[in-house]
Design a protein around this ligand. Structure first.
Ligand code: ADE
Length: 249
């Protein structure tokens, strides 16, 4: 997968995405992540890429032209127009399903905005898709882009060591992950659940599934509406909820 980042702070993204699992996938040429400084496409003496907003108001607006030129440069050899993601608190809220969908693309372009925003006309010209990483405002799109790129890139085949690594994890089937334990068997008097030491694979699977459902019910009950549960599991959840309600009476 190729990923282009259009940003005023390439170092910020690079320092994070060259580390750890994503960094290894870049070294192994599974991912081709490129960083383009929008400022390099300014065509004025002081390399300015922003100006005051028409109509007045506070702050500065990133100009359309340098962004457009940067985009044309990174796509000049592309056979098809890549999907362009603009990070913004006004966007669709990013989640695992969007990560999965984006992970099948061959080429993604991330546009990171700053200041009070970006000239609307370039967002229209590039037909951007706006994505938000949550209902709060960051100082720029870079941190959001890093979060989205990390979540998408790790789903690209070959980035994680095995498919198992992500097929069982949190939110993969719409459920939260079961609790994990490792050595030592006793920590501050707390023992590892006995079933995990039993070596009984089927019982362990059953316990993990139950724990996933229990955790989801306790921490993020709204996720159960979309989760893939069997009929028996739905009945179990219902009985747990009933018990809980009865507990209040
Ligand atoms: N830029 C500023 N805030 C953001 C957010 N919450 N998500 C994505 N991009 C942003």
């Amino acid at each position: 997968m190729r990923i282009d980042c259009l940003t005023l702070f390439p170092q910020m993204l690079q320092s994070v995405l060259e580390e750890s699992i994503i960094g290894r996938a870049v070294k192994n040429e599974i991912l081709d992540i490129r960083y383009t400084n929008i400022r390099d496409f300014a065509e004025n003496k002081h390399n300015r890429i922003d100006d005051s907003p028409y109509g007045g108001g506070m702050g500065m607006v990133m100009q359309a032209e340098p962004i457009y030129r940067a985009f044309c440069e990174v796509t000049k050899d592309a056979s098809a127009k890549p999907r362009v993601i603009y990070l913004s608190p006004q966007g669709r809220v990013f989640n695992q399903a969007i990560a999965k969908e984006l992970s099948t693309e061959e080429h993604l372009v991330f546009l990171c905005g700053h200041y009070e925003g970006v000239d609307e006309r370039v967002l229209e010209a590039l037909e951007v898709e706006e994505l938000s990483i949550g209902d709060y405002v960051l100082t720029g799109g870079e941190i959001a882009a890093m979060a989205v790129i990390d979540a998408v890139a790790r789903l690209v085949p070959g980035v994680l060591p095995s498919e198992e690594a992500y097929s069982e994890e949190s939110l993969y089937n719409g459920l939260l992950e079961y609790p994990q334990y490792t050595r030592p068997p006793v920590f501050m008097g707390k023992e590892v659940p006995e079933v995990l030491l039993s070596g009984h694979h089927e019982k362990i699977e059953k316990w993990r599934r139950e724990q996933s459902i229990l955790r989801t019910l306790k921490k993020r009950p709204e996720l159960l509406l979309e989760a893939e549960l069997t009929e028996a599991e739905y009945d179990w959840v219902e009985s747990l909820m009933k018990e809980d309600n009865d507990g209040f009476n």
